[in-house]
Design a protein around this ligand. Structure first.
Ligand code: PHE
Length: 343
């Protein structure tokens, strides 16, 4: 009886191990036949009831099965592991001969490059770089800059108003007032950033553009200082002698006021779409700070004087990099942007 059980066990082990398709199944078979409470152990317990000779015979057979089962389990596990590994190699195959995916280096925006360079130039001349908000009050954008509510100069800088009366700043000149409020004279400051105007868009105008503002307040500041700093800045940025001209210009926050033009570098003064065919580019407005503006900033005009200037960085970038239309500068065409590198 026991002998028969032993044989049946041998057969069922054979068929189970042959059918097994993964390691988990093999583990289960191992426990089922060779475990402490497994079939073989069960059988061994029953040996007690047999007589001596049978005990020896069945015992031998059982031990034989034990080593045979162990060997088979070992062999089958090896086989299944190899199959699993082969499958994995097949599925996770990597073609190491393929060309690598090339990463593309980004580059700074042309306006950012010009801005960085300008900040560097002015910092080296002792100017401090300040910042101001895009959303401004009428006070900082107009009133404190000597442009009261009734003033026609407001018309030339129409902008986008918010319901609470605030507006998108039309000029970085707001930074003049903020700078004077937060610092004591003597002071040398610049501020850069976006400005907004209700403007018709064409090759040289956009409703959002970028300005650089500068101001110097000290004792006995004159037009000579202004000209010196403007000339130094332009020759540094263009790394050459640029032709400039100074014309009288009106800005309510300076007196006297000037417009500084430079000969268009794209057409060498012959006339093109960027310079509206006149050969000159209106580069910046400047002048001696109006006493009312000094007062608004908390500076005593009887002790101090100052100069200020404001410049469009977009135009400067166009001149610097030979760009003929302002619009792609504010677009997202990366192929266009990648043409410009830091010089
Ligand atoms: N804020 C003036 C503009 O946007 C430029 C300017 C700045 C002129 C400082 C004079 C002095 O046109």
């Amino acid at each position: 009886m026991i002998k028969q059980n032993l044989n049946t066990m041998g057969q069922s082990f054979q068929s189970e191990i042959e059918k097994a398709t993964n390691i988990d199944e093999i583990d289960n078979i191992k426990v089922k036949y060779l475990g402490k409470k497994g079939k073989l152990a069960d059988l061994m317990k029953q040996l007690k009831s047999l007589d001596k000779e049978e005990k020896i015979e069945i015992g031998k057979q059982a031990n034989l099965f034990k080593t045979q089962f162990q060997d088979q389990i070992k062999e089958k596990s090896k086989q299944l592991k190899r199959v699993k590994f082969d499958q994995q190699m097949e599925n996770e195959w990597v073609d190491i001969t393929l060309d690598p995916i090339k990463t593309q280096m980004g580059s700074l925006h042309p306006i950012t490059m010009v801005q960085n360079k300008l900040e560097y130039i002015f910092e080296s001349m002792g100017f401090q770089v300040l910042d101001g908000p895009h959303i401004e009050s009428e006070y900082y954008n107009f009133e404190a800059l000597n442009i009261p509510t009734h003033h026609p100069a407001r018309d030339m800088q129409d902008t986008f108003y918010f319901e609470d009366g605030n507006l998108l700043r039309t000029q970085t000149s707001t930074i003049q007032i903020r700078g004077m409020e937060s610092l004591e004279p003597p002071l040398r400051i610049i501020g850069t950033g976006k400005v907004f105007r209700c403007e018709r868009t064409d090759a040289s105008h956009d409703s959002c553009f970028h300005q650089l503002e500068g101001m110097m307040v000290d004792k006995n500041i004159s037009v000579a200082h202004l000209i010196h700093f403007m000339k130094t800045m332009l020759s540094e940025i263009f790394e050459s002698d640029v032709k400039v001209r100074l014309r009288p210009g009106y800005f309510p926050f300076v007196e006297p006021g000037f417009e500084l033009d430079m000969a268009c570098l794209l057409c060498q003064g012959k006339g093109c779409s960027v310079c509206s065919r006149v050969g000159w580019i209106e580069l910046l407005g400047c002048g001696m700070t109006h006493p009312n503006v000094l007062k608004a900033g908390g500076v005593d005009p009887s002790k101090y004087s100052g100069f200020a200037f404001g410049m469009g960085m977009d135009r400067l970038a166009m001149m610097r990099y030979g760009i003929t239309d302002i619009r792609p500068l504010h677009g997202g065409n990366l192929n266009f942007m990648r043409r410009f590198t830091l010089k």
